[in-house]
Write a protein that binds this ligand. Structure first.
Ligand SMILES: C[S@@+](CC[C@H](N)C(=O)[O-])C[C@H]1O[C@@H](n2cnc3c(N)ncnc32)[C@H](O)[C@@H]1O
Length: 323
């Protein structure tokens, strides 16, 4: 019989967060919370030479358990988009756009202009640009939005340094990205654009092209597409960025209406095993999945499904024999 973490008596109630701590009742659970909080999670960080850092099960997990729920570190519209409201991502047109009175970025209205979601680029535009944005072409992809995700990362630097440090710890695959077509596009479309449009970032803060390209790498390797708006936004999560990949993932991700990442186990997971999601389309064949993972996340997948030519007896990638 488990015993209460506080009084040592027989305990019938288990902490719903970690499933490890037991209590005799609500009062002792509340009393113990401050001490227990740092250890209270069904997941823990781990690392291995093959996966780098990853999230592992802190205990045996049943299928269907929520193992992670977290708000994004940063969220932004996709890089290629027509002007959209920077809070609700509604597409904007000449008739519906209202310039933010502080920074000039077009928004859909005052409420969205005052939202904390818009605060980062609003502050950077006021402090580091010198004058307001002046976007007048609506309805077509606009180059200014290519830099929004990187700009929101940079906004964390002064405003939320703990989050900024977590972001910089993330994998950027700088060596593999060096010289790639994508990185060269980002050099012109994001890095040089930011340094030209926000000259005080270059002149006062001494921000370099390479530092911005590192952020682009972090966004490429760790970004999640969030299908809550049209166009879908992109977001980077702190612990969520540590989920490893498998083509037969043991977890599934979804998003709450406010953009929180919610991760549930899809299969039972043993204590210590990596928690995995599928970074690619599981309905593609093995060759296409592996190539896509290599091109976008820079590793050749060797998961159970990729190394099994029959893909668990399904022959999913096989072609029908004409004979
Ligand atoms: C979103 S990050 C995950 C966190 C990362 N491992 C770290 O140390 O920061 C994605 C990167 O993790 C590594 N990774 C994830 N799943 C992997 C797998 N199944 N096999 C090999 N590498 C993997 C790859 O380097 C990939 O680009």
């Amino acid at each position: 019989m488990p015993t209460c973490m506080v009084c040592g008596r027989a305990a019938g109630q288990r902490c719903a967060g970690c499933g490890v701590a037991y209590y005799c009742g609500k009062d002792h659970q509340k009393l113990h919370w401050k001490q227990h909080k740092p250890d209270c999670s069904p997941v823990k960080e781990a690392s291995s030479p093959q996966l780098g850092r990853y999230l592992a099960a802190a205990r045996n997990l049943a299928a269907g358990e929520v193992v992670l729920r977290e708000a994004p570190l940063i969220e932004a519209p996709p890089p290629s988009t027509q002007p959209v409201c920077l809070t609700c991502y509604k597409p904007l047109f000449e008739t519906s756009a209202r310039d933010c009175e502080r920074c000039g970025w077009p928004m859909c209205g005052q409420d969205c202009a005052n939202s904390p979601k818009h605060r980062g680029e609003c502050r950077l535009t006021v402090q580091k640009r010198g004058n307001k944005m002046n976007i007048r072409n609506f309805g077509l992809p606009h180059p200014s939005y290519q830099c929004m995700a990187a700009l929101r990362c940079l906004a964390l630097r002064d405003a939320q340094p703990a989050k900024w440090r977590r972001l910089l710890e993330m994998e950027a695959h700088a060596e593999q990205r060096a010289g790639s077509q994508r990185q060269e596009q980002e050099r012109f479309g994001v890095a040089r654009f930011i340094l030209r449009v926000f000259p005080k970032l270059r002149d006062d803060d001494k921000l370099t092209e390479e530092e911005i390209l590192n952020i682009c790498g972090i966004l490429q390797v760790n970004g999640h597409e969030v299908p809550l708006s049209e166009p879908p936004s992109v977001a980077v999560y702190d612990k969520g960025s540590l989920l490893a990949h498998s083509c037969r993932a043991n977890c599934a991700k979804s998003f709450s209406s406010s953009g929180d990442l919610v991760v549930r186990t899809a299969l039972p997971v043993k204590a210590g095993e990596p928690l995995t999601i599928c970074y690619t389309d599981p309905m593609w064949g093995t060759a296409a999945r592996r190539q896509h993972l290599y091109d976008t996340k820079f590793f050749w997948c060797r998961c159970d499904r990729c190394v099994d030519r029959t893909e668990f007896g399904t022959y999913f990638s096989a072609i029908a024999c004409p004979g």
